[in-house]
Write a protein that binds this ligand. Sequence first.
Ligand code: PLP
Length: 351
Amino acid sequence: MKWEENVRKVTPYTPGEQPKKTSVIKLNTNENPYPPAPGVAKAAAALDVEKLRLYPAFPEQTALAEELAAYYHIGTDRLFIGVGSDDVLSMAFLTFFDSGKPILFPDITYSFYDVWADVYRIPYERKALDADFQIRAADYKQPNGGVVFPNPNAPTGVRMPLSQVEEIVAANRDVVVIVDEAYIDFGGTSALPLIDKYDNLLVVQTFSKSRNMAGMRIGYAMGQPKLIRYLNDVKYSVNSYTMNTAALELGVAAVRDEAYFKECCQKIMNTRATAEERLSRLGFTFPKSYANFIFASHKTVPAREIFDRLKENDIYVRWWNKARIDNYLRITIGTDEQMEALYRALNQICG
Ligand SMILES: *Cc1c(COP(=O)(O)O)cnc(C)c1O
């Protein structure tokens, strides 16, 4: 068929499986094992369905923008809100990476970056992590069309000290540097304080992991007003109404309950500390994680085999058939009960 020659062909991103069965212990997509803040249920019950007749408000003019801005001590003009950070990142790629020069990101990282680059026809170059899975700042000092990396990195959980993040931002004043902080609340240091100093820095965060609301689809970017304006220009040129009314209203309650947010993050970090100990005893090695998952490799049993056998036991983790990481499993930190079930199964498989 002739028309096929003119199709924008891409290989899409494959997210972790969402099984229909509810009995599955889901440790494969880094969701939070705890429910959203109690206020979110109340806001959902109070949602005025009649209002759904109307188009939603512009995100930057909502209570959600005000709540987030107050939480981070910034003006709403430094905030862009989107449909999960995937939407925010995608818009940022489209807006800022248009020089024709390759953008740079790590070889082992969030596997959506190359997909966005492909779909938008942005050339890119992958920079190899070192043997300890650390990003080498020196690799990001060559001429480029922009830089993007997660901190902490995914799927490794390895964090970068803020001084090194700054080194990369400072070395790239002529392009935009995007720091994807999807996991920052589990032990990393945010680059947010640097946005005042650097007009080329965009910090992206999400409600999906640390705010227990992956299903609501809320993400946001923070940067100087000029960056945010350019981002909005592109966003409003693609789709005026991305955020739905329910997300804009329910998100407020999640930000407002700081105590619950901190409590859930702390619980996950505590469970992670136990997991390090238990997984070590079971014969796993892993880089120290500052995220809500552990990237682990077993000394003798191949990751693929463990992955398959866990799945037979209704425990889902993530495995990639990809160079350098095909002997690793990314295990999301669940509740203590879920993790106990995991250790029991692993004891059968690897013990
Ligand atoms: C989960 C994740 C995201 C996207 O999450 P959203 O649900 O779209 O907010 C972005 N970057 C990284 C590194 C992630 O792990």
